[in-house]
Design a protein around this ligand. Structure first.
Ligand code: NAP
Length: 256
């Protein structure tokens, strides 16, 4: 432990299970001395996330479906009522209909397109707007993106388009919130086996492809993403905002 986040409070959205990138980030934040507030989407996940939160010695576990404005408002009100200030927010949330991650992109329905964008991109705007007033000493907001934002990745489809919107939102939010000393960045992670990733058809072949061709010749580990999130939330990251940091064993630099 080097206590890089000592004295900081972090709101982490997106812990679903032990394989979630948000869980790895929460573990690393805890290791570095941060106080944690976790969220779960609905009653279906409440007990699981509460049990994970106990393992992480999180201070609080609150409900928040990011598509519901009243949930986001209540989340902020509850943090405020607990006397809470925030120094870091992790937005580790995405969703698209399974059929939109397995058929040609051209067949994406209007409702599937809007759903993916609402949950995976617009939610960063809602969360940033709600959290900013609690970040009275400035702070860091970090989201999770993927190479499919800028390159075509078979079957990633509408999620790639949503990640492009998310990355653009990172830049606009960074510009808006910079004067309040709030930094906004994204980590573009290499493919990692999680519940969300498994929804993408043939995801296992993506893992193999990347491991064979990337400079480090291995897949990305959740702990590598988590340590980068620690860096961004810590004072070491104080000069960075509006960036997309690739934590992907170098895969994104490769051409032929
Ligand atoms: P994950 O464990 O399935 O996490 C996704 C989270 O999003 C879950 O906690 C899920 O909650 C939550 N979520 C979905 N809809 C929500 C809503 N309406 N309100 C609140 N929460 C909602 O998968 P993950 O791979 O760690 O994904 C985390 C982030 O990393 C995502 O943005 C993903 O795109 C990104 N990412 C992943 C990879 C990868 O290969 N795994 C690579 C690059 C980027 P429920 O499960 O309770 O619905």
């Amino acid at each position: 432990m080097s206590n890089l986040l000592e004295g900081k409070s972090a709101l982490i959205l997106g812990v679903a299970n032990r394989w979630s990138l948000a869980y790895a980030i929460a573990e690393a934040f805890r290791r570095e001395g941060a106080r944690l507030i976790l969220t779960y989407q609905s009653d279906r996940q409440k007990l699981t996330v509460e049990s994970l939160a106990a393992d992480l010695a999180a201070d609080r576990v609150l409900a928040c479906d990011v598509t519901q404005d009243q949930d986001v408002d209540r989340l902020v009100a509850e943090i405020k009522a607990g006397g809470g200030r925030l120094h870091a927010v992790i937005h580790s949330i995405a969703f698209a209909n399974r059929e939109d991650l397995s058929r040609p992109f051209v067949e994406t329905s209007r409702s599937g397109f809007l759903l993916a964008h609402e949950v995976s991109a617009y939610s960063l705007v809602t969360v940033a707007r709600a959290a900013a007033p609690l970040m009275t000493e400035g702070g860091s907001i970090t989201t999770l993106s993927y190479l499919g934002a800028t390159r075509v990745v078979t079957n990633y489809n509408v999620m790639g388009v949503a990640k492009a919107a998310l990355e653009a939102a990172v830049r606009y939010l960074a510009s808006d919130l910079g004067p309040k000393k709030i930094r906004v960045n994204a980590i573009s992670a290499g493919p990692i086996k999680t519940a969300s990733a498994r929804a993408v058809k043939d995801f296992a072949s993506v893992l193999d492809f990347v491991a064979q061709r990337c400079p480090l010749r291995r897949n990305t580990e959740p702990a590598e993403v988590a340590d980068t999130a620690v860096f961004l939330a810590s004072d070491l990251g104080r000069g960075l905002t509006g960036n997309i940091l690739f934590v992907d064993s170098g895969f994104q630099i490769m051409g032929l």
